[in-house]
Design a protein around this ligand. Structure first.
Ligand code: AMP
Ligand code: ZN
Length: 485
């Protein structure tokens, strides 16, 4: 029975493996730092969002309801700078990249968060939080109309990242750092409210301290507490966010409320390219569109990014996608031979909530996921379990009830990983016919490309991807085919 054992995770704060349970016994409330929308999210960002999606699916398939909040950072130094270079308003600029993020996330089968708040829509909440911190002496105004958090006023500062206390407390007041991002060598009191500067252009708001905008760290505290309560179950992000972002979130939230901000902290490791972190600033990134241009689909990317342990760095390569493709095809062939249909996600969650979901022969796979989302161990178990089942199926020796148990058990694993199972080609190996609307979209995308309207051609290619079709440019035109997911 799935419901008997629950997910346990390594907690960054306590450095211990802990069972993650809803503190109210009902709804597991968790917050994930979302994308900064100043360009397309790269597949490193998506590794993080996929791991968080896996986490949510495992909790829900354990029969526990969740409330998942993931923000959109739509104002900071980078969004302002890039919107100005593009010559469009910050709101229009971030709306475009937010839409692209949603398209990619949908193609990757990432569940939509229950709440997706944006920083710009929550300026009053951020101002209120600063007022509370000022009133209790945890913040101070600087001469220029900015407000800073006083790190020395919050004794437990540094618990999460456990950096040397001298590094954490260095600098204050005049030397305080107002950049949204800075590294640990330059740590100081951090900015809560940034006074308006000429480079901000039209992007400023009124506050009791004059015109300006909130510092980057503040939005997650204000929005997390608004939608999940002053104290909630888990907070997640990539390891780079541990310090200073999450350390600062803890300080400003707990100093304001006197309560534990998040009970658990979950950080996953990075996606690397040739030994370096994939990042916009290094320019070594791939987007979902880049992967598709190389003939792979979002299904293969999803499989590959979740195949490595969330605790270890993974180096990205096309071989990983090829391997994913082979494994997905093997699963697809097994499911097709099994016949019937696998129960859907919602149905499995309902069964789990009622305590009557049985993973049958796939129990070892499920249990590996419950142990700190250990996906490599789960995949190892999966193919061990699958081998004799494939043989029995081919020999026609599986009984009807064994087939049923395999359908439900495998469905739990497929849904936990959120895999997109490809269509199996017919016996002659023919791919599906291209439907008329897909052919039309492909034609429009080709026309847009000829006119060098890259935005429109990218949009159409992404729309085709969401519909499950890939376009490949050839020497004399293009080909459209079902995505190899
Ligand atoms: P950003 O859009 O930069 O605010 O980042 C969104 C999320 O992606 C954060 O949780 C980051 O920690 C995460 N992230 C950034 N780069 C990588 C990477 N190379 N691998 C995994 N996660 C990443
Ligand atoms: Zn955050």
């Amino acid at each position: 029975m799935v419901a008997m054992k629950l997910l346990s995770l390594h907690d960054t704060l306590s450095r211990k493996r802990q069972e993650v349970l809803p503190s109210d016994g009902k709804v597991f409330r968790f917050y994930c730092c979302g994308p900064t929308v100043y360009g397309p999210a790269h597949i490193g960002n998506f590794r993080t969002f996929l791991v968080q999606d896996l986490l949510r699916r495992v909790v829900e398939l354990s029969g526990i309801e969740t409330c998942h909040v993931r923000n959109i950072t739509d104002v900071d130094d980078k969004t302002i700078r890039e919107s100005q270079s593009a010559g469009i308003s910050l709101a229009d600029f971030t709306a475009g990249w937010t839409a692209r993020f949603h398209d990619d996330a949908r193609a990757l089968n990432i569940l939509k968060p229950h709440v997706e708040p944006g920083a710009v829509q929550h300026i009053p909440e951020q101002i209120t939080l600063i007022e509370t911190l000022l009133a209790s002496g945890h913040a101070y105004c600087s001469g220029d109309g900015s407000v800073y958090f006083k790190v020395s006023s919050y004794a437990p500062y540094g618990r999460l990242s456990r950096l040397d206390t001298r590094e954490l407390r260095a600098g204050a007041g005049e030397s305080a750092n107002d950049a949204d991002e800075y590294d640990k060598d330059n740590v100081s009191d951090f900015v809560l409210w940034k006074t308006r500067k000429p480079v901000d252009g039209e992007n400023y708001w009124e506050s009791p301290w004059g015109e300006g905008r909130p510092g980057w760290h503040l939005e997650c505290s204000a929005m997390g507490m608004k939608y999940l309560g002053e104290s909630f179950d888990l907070h997640a992000g990539g390891v780079d966010l541990c310090f200073p972002h999450h350390e600062n979130e803890i300080a400003q939230s707990e100093a304001a409320t006197g309560k534990t901000f998040a009970r658990h902290w979950f950080h996953n490791e990075h996606l690397m390219v040739d030994g370096s972190k994939m990042s916009k600033s290094l320019g070594n990134l791939y987007t979902l569109a880049d992967i598709m241009e190389r003939g792979f689909g979002p299904g293969e990317l999803r499989y590959a990014l979740l195949a490595g342990s969330c605790r270890t760095k993974i180096n990205f390569s096309m071989e990983r996608l090829q391997e994913a493709q082979g494994n997905l095809q093997r699963l697809a062939a097994f499911i097709a031979k099994l016949g019937g249909s696998l129960p859907a996600y919602d149905e499995l969650c309902r069964l789990a909530a009622a305590g009557s979901l049985d993973t049958g022969p796939f129990l070892p796979v499920w249990e590996a996921l419950l142990e700190d989302l250990n996906t490599p161990a789960a995949l190892g178990q999966l193919f061990t379990v699958l081998k004799p089942l494939e043989k029995a199926l081919a020999a026609g020796s599986l009984k009807e009830e064994e087939m049923d148990a395999a359908r439900t058990g495998l469905a739990v694993i497929v849904q936990a990983f959120g895999w997109i199972i490809p269509e199996v080609a017919d016996e002659a190996g023919n791919a599906a016919d291209v439907p008329v609307e897909i052919a039309q979209m492909a034609e429009q995308r080709w026309a847009a490309k000829q006119e060098k309207n890259w935005q429109e051609s990218d949009r159409l290619r992404d729309e085709l991807a969401v519909a499950g079709w890939t376009i490949k440019d050839t020497a004399d035109g293009y080909e459209v085919e079902p995505s190899r997911q």
